[in-house]
Ligand binder design. Structure first.
Ligand SMILES: [Zn+2]
Length: 149
C-alpha cells in the first residue's frame, strides 16, 4: 500500500475496522516517511488457494489456522496484533502473486518463519520447533546458535 502523498511503500496501520455485512475492512494508515494519514478500504476476497501437505493431501488455505499458529508462537511476546495481521496479510499477498494456486505447506511455513524472525527471536524459535520437526535437540540447538550470531 503506497502512500498517496509521497508514494512511500512503508506505511503503518493505525486502526483496522471490519465493516458490517462482510463489506471488507477499513484501515487508517500513516506513512512512515511523511507521516501523513490516509484511509484504505480493503475488500475481503476468498482466496482460492490450496495447501499441499507433506502427506500429499490437499486442503483449503485457512487463514484462521495460520493466525492461530502465529498467535501461539507469539504468546506473551512483544508482538502486537497488528504486526501479526500485517504478517499474514503480507503472506497472503505473496501467495496470491504466485502463478499457481497450490502451495506446499513447507513453503508457507518457511515464509512465516522468515517473517517471524524479523519480529521476535522467541516467537521464531517456538514456531520453528513446531514446524521444522527437529530430528534431535542438537538440531534445535544449532538453530538457536545461528540466531545468536
Ligand atoms: Zn508519505
Amino acid at each position: 500500500m503506497n502512500c498517496p502523498y509521497c508514494e512511500n511503500k512503508d506505511t503503518a496501520v493505525l486502526e483496522s475496522r471490519v465493516l458490517p455485512l462482510g463489506e471488507g475492512m477499513r484501515r487508517r494508515r500513516e506513512c512512515k516517511k511523511c507521516t501523513k494519514r490516509f484511509t484504505t478500504y480493503e475488500k475481503v476476497v476468498n482466496l482460492d488457494l490450496k495447501v499441499v501437505k507433506k502427506s500429499g493431501g490437499i486442503e483449503d488455505f485457512d487463514r484462521e489456522k495460520i493466525v492461530k499458529g502465529i498467535k501461539k508462537a507469539c504468546w506473551k511476546r512483544p508482538v502486537t496484533e497488528e504486526q501479526m495481521t500485517d504478517l499474514v496479510d503480507d503472506l497472503e499477498l505473496k501467495l496470491l502473486n504466485r502463478m499457481t494456486t497450490n502451495v506446499p505447506s513447507c513453503d508457507i511455513g518457511k515464509m512465516i518463519l522468515s517473517r517471524l524472525k524479523k519480529l521476535d527471536d522467541v516467537a521464531y524459535l517456538r514456531f520453528a520447533s513446531v514446524y521444522l520437526e527437529f530430528a534431535s535437540a542438537a538440531d534445535f540447538a544449532k538453530l538457536i546458535t545461528s540466531l545468536a550470531n
